[in-house]
Design a protein around this ligand. Structure first.
Ligand code: PSV
Ligand code: MN
Ligand code: MN
Length: 388
């Protein structure tokens, strides 16, 4: 059996992956939202479910909220509820994609009144961050156009900058703004923040506390995502990850399910660039569980990240460098692949047990009775906000 060195163990022990509150709500596609028994009815129940993931894995110490989906009267109360369950409230996600006023844009809109409304929404999100103790405001914009000529591409970039500047100016202390990019959808011709370059340009114009959010599902097929990870880390501008996996578009499937090797390659560059367990780089999931049970789906997800992190930590970097310098292509590739093909699951199970955690968190959750309890108690769970 592979053994995990004390250094690998301590790096794994420090790993924390934030869970999205919306992963616990019902979700689906534009064709159908299947309801799942036991789905949370409010943000408190979403947090209780997220805390279960952390209880059996010790990998998920915080929960991201989405406003207004997770609107409550008392955010400080929500925070202490979360803390009582052993988790913190994390990133606050804004939402400017479900209001009729934003049909032609929000932060980029031609009409100053619509921009005002969208900026105010972000200022309200920062008020919420003050109450929840959240560090990061995550902005994903659904803005763009469907037809050539429909929109003034240049003017929209300028307005985006102005809007972001006002939002950024409201941040205080340790608070940060992370700007997420996505190459298409819901707009199909152009998107205002389509790629890491645009996000980088926009956040760089704001200041040090503005960074890029990289969602692994937001790239064209074949994109070398690990190269982008490397470059953003090199530039000190990688603020956060939204992990998920995709076969076709923004599928939001379980991270590591579609292409474990890609996840390994990304994590290798994270480690190489000093991003692992660096407080400046937040690791989050951005996923929906349309047909599978949600809590086990999240447990599987964080375990996939842990397994690929362990494998990436096993790369013999000295041997790799020696092969690279010698120009020994196949030796370098073999060193890299040896780590990827190492089955770390038995070693991780043993290590978990040594820390008082279940060797098999999936089985431990299944045996806990929690799923049966929520299915019996909760009737009429809410939708995550997607695919109605
Ligand atoms: C929409 O594409 C999206 O999946 C983005 O990735 C956001 O992070 C997420 O929704 C939540 O707003
Ligand atoms: Mn995302
Ligand atoms: Mn997405």
């Amino acid at each position: 059996m592979t053994t995990l060195s004390p250094d690998v163990q301590s790096q794994l022990a420090a790993q924390g992956i934030e869970l999205p509150s919306w992963a616990f709500g019902n979700s689906g596609t534009r064709f159908k939202v299947f309801t799942t028994p036991g789905t949370p009815r409010d943000p408190f129940e979403k947090i209780a479910d997220a805390a279960e993931v952390n209880r059996v894995t010790a990998l998920a110490p915080s929960v991201a909220l989405h406003i207004p989906w997770d609107k409550v009267d008392d955010y400080a109360g929500l925070r202490s509820y979360a803390q009582d369950l052993g988790v913190e409230l994390g990133t606050i996600n804004s939402n400017t994609f479900q209001d009729d006023d934003y049909k032609f844009g929000a932060l980029t809109h031609e009409d100053a009144a619509v921009r005002r409304k969208a900026i105010d929404h972000h200022l309200e999100c920062i008020d919420i961050m003050d109450a929840t103790g959240s560090r990061d405001l995550k902005i994903w914009l659904a803005e763009g156009s469907n037809y050539p000529g429909q929109a003034d591409l240049r003017g929209r970039q300028d307005r985006l900058h102005e809007s972001l500047q006002e939002i950024y100016a409201r941040l205080t202390g340790e608070q940060r703004l992370v700007l997420e990019y996505k190459f298409f959808e819901p707009s199909f011709y152009h998107t205002d923040v389509p790629d890491w370059g645009t996000s980088y340009v926009q956040v760089s114009a704001l200041g040090e506390r503005a960074l890029v959010c990289l969602d692994t599902g937001h790239h064209a097929p074949g994109t070398n995502i690990e190269f982008i990870v490397m470059q953003l880390l090199r530039l000190g501008k990688l603020g956060s990850f939204d992990f998920n996996s995709r076969f076709y578009a923004d599928d939001d499937l379980i991270v590591g399910a579609a292409d474990p090797f890609q996840l390994f390659r990304i994590l290798f560059e994270v480690i190489r660039g000093g991003g692992l367990n660096n407080p400046d780089v937040a690791f989050m999931l951005d996923q929906c569980h349309n047909v599978e049970k949600k809590i086990p789906g999240q447990i599987r997800s964080v375990l996939n990240v842990q397994e690929m992190t362990a494998r990436a930590l096993l790369v013999d970097t000295d041997a790799l460098r020696a092969a690279q310098i010698a120009g020994d292509v196949l030796a370098a590739n073999a060193v890299f692949n040896d780590a990827f093909y190492t089955d770390v699951r038995p070693a991780l199970a043993e290590w978990r047990e040594s820390r008082g955690l279940p060797a098999d968190p999936m089985a431990a959750f299944a045996a806990s009775g929690y799923q049966e309890k929520i299915e019996a108690e909760r009737v009429g769970g809410v939708q995550a906000g997607w695919g109605a």
